[in-house]
Design a protein around this ligand. Sequence first.
Ligand SMILES: [Zn+2]
Ligand SMILES: [Zn+2]
Length: 200
Amino acid sequence: MYKTISANSRSINWQFEPTKDEFLHSQVYIQLNTRMTMKVIKELFDDSSIFIEKIKTTSLLAKLYSGKIYDYCEKHKDCKCDYYDLSKICEHCDKTCEQKPARWGRGELSEEITGPFEFGKFREIEKYTKISLRLEEYKNEEYEAIVEGNKILVDGATLLEVFKYNVEKVRYSHNYDGMKKIYEDLQQEKKKKLVDFGIQ
Ligand SMILES: [Zn+2]
Ligand SMILES: [Zn+2]
């Protein structure tokens, strides 16, 4: 498996981490040589049970995340505390919050065992898609965009405007009826534009 992945990758950054329930998993960041469909990526990992989610973020952030020293605090779902510098505390947290060491062994194993490991040459990419193996992170990153959408809705934007604003950040395609409504609104908008131009 490792061979196929490395043959298809420009660089891989990863480390071993425990989940909340102390199961071993790895946090992986891969830069692929070519564009690949999710199906091919799954085949590459040779395990169809792996949960893979695409996330739009910056390459540097993803690389840093794949080698993070500390976890987010468990008390606050929206915690954005720094996962390298414990003195940088987010707005949700205070000094009573705890950020556990993120790596396998919770700080008691050497980096030779836990990582972070690096293969190939990392290159900074402006925009790229991250593959995540865990659902929670995805929710965290989407959450911000949803809150931002709510704010502009309160400020008087239409639902369609919110959709356009978040089109690359929020997953709208999981609900057929929702998609249908968006499609209808887009059609309506198109029609209205034609009327405005006096074409119809
Ligand atoms: Zn926090
Ligand atoms: Zn907290």
